[in-house]
Design a protein around this ligand. Sequence first.
Ligand code: WTA
Length: 650
Amino acid sequence: MSKVEVLLEEERTFYPPKEIVENSNVKQWMDAHDIPDIETLYQRSKDTEWFWGEVEKDLVEWYSPYDKVLDSSDAPFYRWFTNGKYNIVHDALDRHMGTPTEHKVAYIFESEQGNVTELTYRDLYNEVNRMANGLKSLGVGKSDRVALYMPMIPALPIAMLACARIGAVHSVVFSGYSPHALQDRIQDSGAKVLITADGFWRKGKVINLKALADEAVKGTDIEHTICYQWAQVEVSMSERDIWWHDLVAEQPDECETQVMDSEDPLFILYTSGTTGKPKGVVHAHTYSVGVALTLKWVFDLKPRDVWWCAADIGWITGHSYIVYGPLMLGVTSVLYEGAPAHPEPNRLWEMIARHGITVLYTSPTSIRMHMRFGDEWTQKDDMSSLRLLGTVGEPINPEAWIWYYENIGKSRCPIMDTWWQTETGSFVISPLPILPLKPGSATRPLPGFGAEVHDHEGKSVVNEGGSLVLTSPWPSMLHTLYNEPERYVEHYWTKSGDFISGDIARVDNDGYFWVQGRGDDVLNVSGHRIGNSEVESALVSHSSVSEAAVVGRPDDIKGEGIAAFVVLKMGVEPGDELMKILWNHVGEEIGKIARPDIIYFVDDLPKTRSGKIMRRVVRSVLVSKEVGDISTLANPEAVKEIEDAVKHNN
Ligand code: WTA
């Protein structure tokens, strides 16, 4: 195996404003602990016992204290906060009662149709308790699994917290998944109750969710389906189906929180691998420590902030940073039901103005989509309330970073490019609002976390592409794969005890990490391994390009050639001339070796529901293999686009 070539060099550096640095939560913590500078913090945090023992004090409350911060005796089955008695819902809700937070707004909810409702921490507490009692009345108890298939409405966090309160394990399945995907996940987790809704709004249309749920439960062990009435669509209710409002009607507002052990599972969240069946990632109640710390330090949340994590709760981002993290910190979050550019491209920006949002966390895909609409859409609304921005999900192209910085943050707001995974539970490699930023780099592993880039011999390398591994355990780490402990060990851990992320990255001389994408998304051109995302970034850096997917295609001479599928900005005409220009542009940006052998112009690229470009699908079409399972695609019609483009050019 040869080295991964480093082709894209980004030279620009951005410094956070002084007021942000001086008032930041991380700086305050450093001052309180006599830590003079960030380098000292990075160093001292390598003492795991001390660091996590010290930070948890400000973040969580125990029913009874733990013995040890970390027990590694059964690694990689690490045990955190051994023998502590705990429940995350105590921190998210119970402890706020009787404090000023009790009557503070927890969620500002906006429906796609534009209705706004506010729920205080007290409202949420009461609703969660009623639902927890309702679940108990159906016989749900500690360690039972409950599947959730719900839209982005307050009932979803309420259902999650109700499960957690009674010690049940929730398994949220994204509402955009097919009945088949839901069924697989129900079966794998052995859930006996499913919570869903009648329907929800998406791009002005109502999706009948209950009908999909009905199809999924056939042949499973689901004993009851609880249905939340939301979109008022007609649904069929069988004998084992119960309306949410009927279930909770007579239930009291109080429900005792189940005392859990530190290691007890909080949820299962399925994530797809490149091969095999989805992996049921298990997180424990004490994952809270990592989630709360990272949110508090990276996004620097203060009591007056209005936080908007514009992800779906069906993904880990929503679990950690819409539900558990913000509630633990007692902040006000925005929750939005619908599509990001509906009815007009400025929906997000309008919402920032309407709710006075101060911190926005979104994805590169969303940013690139908005770039495509044109800058004028970002100039209609007053976004001066913003002070920090964030991104997650895939490498952000430097051009998209700069666009976000200038057009949304108006060159005032630092961008927190957070690298993490379903498996890590919380941010791992991420800026702090006191660090200089380089567009396209997620900067450095946060204090308390460790990462390195390894070559194929497992040696740590600098300025060379390789495999991104995590070198020390962390409290929000996955505990195992549900029912597959051997797969957990084999898939994720090297013999020498490092966690394999599956991503390809490079560390520069300043210790900054540049994540290039998944390991299976690496091209091999004439023996040079090139990250697909680097070629894509080069294409997107051209003013006529909005999005690009780059995949390999068999080439007799080079081993692998490069094919690029390019979506142009609105109003730009495709043609041979432009093809030549882009080809040259990539050559200039990252070198001749990376110039695409062929460029296809298309109107859309196949994407997962979380917005990741599905290169696997693009590649399968290109080399005329079976496309395989596309049930998880957000836009299956894009596959046809690729097929047509390929056919047309051959
Ligand atoms: C990718 C999402 C570059 C990466 C939280 C990772 C990123 C996968 C970034 C996990 C980032 C996430 N820069 N790549 N800031 N954030 N990724 O499990 O390939 O849905 O392995 O978790 O997304 O995706 P997952």
